[in-house]
Design a protein around this ligand. Structure first.
Ligand SMILES: Nc1ccn([C@@H]2O[C@H](COP(=O)(O)OP(=O)(O)OP(=O)(O)O)[C@@H](O)[C@H]2O)c(=O)n1
Ligand SMILES: C[C@](O)(CO)[C@H](O)COP(=O)(O)O
Length: 379
């Protein structure tokens, strides 16, 4: 069995990437980039454990994709690494930026073969352009580009990071202890995805799939007198509203479940539990806004939505247009891609007896087409 743990650092905020979707959550085919990277390393069969570092909200969703060890990151790359290192017990630890997406296995083998050469093994590339330091040319033979993954003796790395000093990589931390660093040849394929233009340099990243993902949601609420009735974020003129922990907007609740269903993100109760005081009387449009924000940040675009409101009363026809425009502005799609149907239950069941309302909703999502963002840029 290998004595090496792999740590993949993915808790960054992608600020230089300048896209509404963080680089870790771009889809390559039908797989988010972070997962493509993890599966690529896992397929090599070289590691006893794989740790992925990310934010707590992302980790909740990442666990729906795969069973790695997920650890919450910190404010800096080094803080994220330190959190992960407390879960590393193997003699060696290989650390890589998840943003280096296309690292060839031959490069990993080169690094592992050199493991006895020094406390830290580092892949490098030569500089091939002329270099200036401020206004003075410098000898490019004396500088190198440092890549990841870097292989370190775990004990030495833990000792090196037990400091207030912030290092930009493992090798500089270990060098600060006076330990030797051993350099091996890196690869242009290990280039780090930092800006949108880097996507053009990384051939293993495929265009996102054109598949449509469909989700379904249903919600039921009984009527309650003395409450304001809200449906699709619109106030309805009625003598009663809905009994609920929140404002009881049963249509928005069904829609949230449809959106979460399409994204594979669980259901409304997981995200906004009705046991939490913070959601007492909650404005459901705010919950929908939060759902849309999450879905969007995880690499999806909303295609269209359709819903059926089953209500014996009140008559909803006069409200359908304003309901569509209200939802359109929250979902960020044109109102023609939102369809709202209303029907009675022909006096049957609890809906027919005017005891409450049922809403069924369907939502379609597509993967965010990041190729369009690159093509739309002037270089
Ligand atoms: N607090 C942080 C910051 C960075 N990283 C990770 O460290 C690697 C190198 O960082 P970088 O490429 O700079 O990613 P970001 O920090 O996301 O990018 P930016 O600096 O543009 O915000 C990335 O895989 C990133 O996810 C991390 O785990 N925790
Ligand atoms: C660790 C690293 O990738 C080596 O080149 C680099 O230092 C990370 O820098 P960043 O500013 O956190 O992207």
């Amino acid at each position: 069995m290998s004595q090496t743990t792999l740590v993949l650092l993915g808790a960054g905020s992608s600020s230089r990437f300048k896209s509404r979707v963080k680089k870790q959550w771009l889809y390559s085919g039908e797989v988010p980039l972070w997962l493509q990277v993890a599966q690529h390393f896992e397929g090599m069969g070289l590691f006893e454990k794989i740790i992925i570092v990310s934010s707590s909200q992302e980790i909740h969703y990442m666990k729906h994709f795969a069973d790695y060890t997920f650890i919450e990151g910190g404010d800096s790359r080094q803080a994220s690494l330190s959190n992960a290192l407390s879960h590393v017990n193997s003699s060696y630890v290989m650390v890589s930026d998840i943003a280096r997406c296309c690292i060839p296995e031959t490069m990993i083998q080169r690094i592992l073969h050199a493991k006895n050469e020094a406390a830290c093994i580092v892949p490098t590339l030569p500089v091939t352009d002329t270099l200036y330091m401020e206004n003075t040319p410098i000898d490019r033979e004396k500088v190198k580009i440092i890549q990841t993954p870097q292989l370190s003796r775990t004990k030495t790395l833990k000792q090196a990071l037990d400091t207030e000093i912030l290092f930009t990589d493992e090798s500089s931390a270990i060098a600060s202890l006076g330990q030797q660093i051993h350099f091996v040849e890196g690869s242009p394929l290990a280039h780090k995805l930092t800006t949108l233009d880097d996507l053009l340099k990384l051939p293993c990243i495929q265009a996102p799939s054109s598949r449509t993902l469909t989700g379904y949601g249903i919600d039921i609420h009984p009527f309650e007198t003395g409450k304001e009735m809200k449906l699709c974020g619109v106030t309805i003129d009625a003598e009663y509203g809905f009994k609920a922990h929140s404002d009881g907007d049963v249509a928005i609740h069904a829609l949230i479940d449809a959106l979460l269903g399409a994204a594979g993100m669980g259901d409304i109760g997981e995200l906004y539990p009705d046991t939490e005081p913070v959601f007492a009387g909650a404005d459901s449009t705010k919950l929908l806004e939060d759902t849309v924000e999450r879905i969007s940040s995880f690499g999806f675009e909303i295609g269209n939505i359709d819903m059926t409101i089953m209500a014996e009363a009140p008559k909803l026809l006069p409200y359908k247009a304003i309901m569509r425009t209200t939802l359109a502005s929250i979902l960020g799609i044109p109102s023609n891609r939102i369809n709202i149907k209303a029907t009675t239950a022909e006096k049957l069941g609890f809906v027919g007896r005017k005891e409450g309302v049922t809403v069924h909703a369907v939502a379609n999502l597509n993967y965010f087409n990041w190729k369009k963002s690159i093509n739309g840029r002037k270089t």
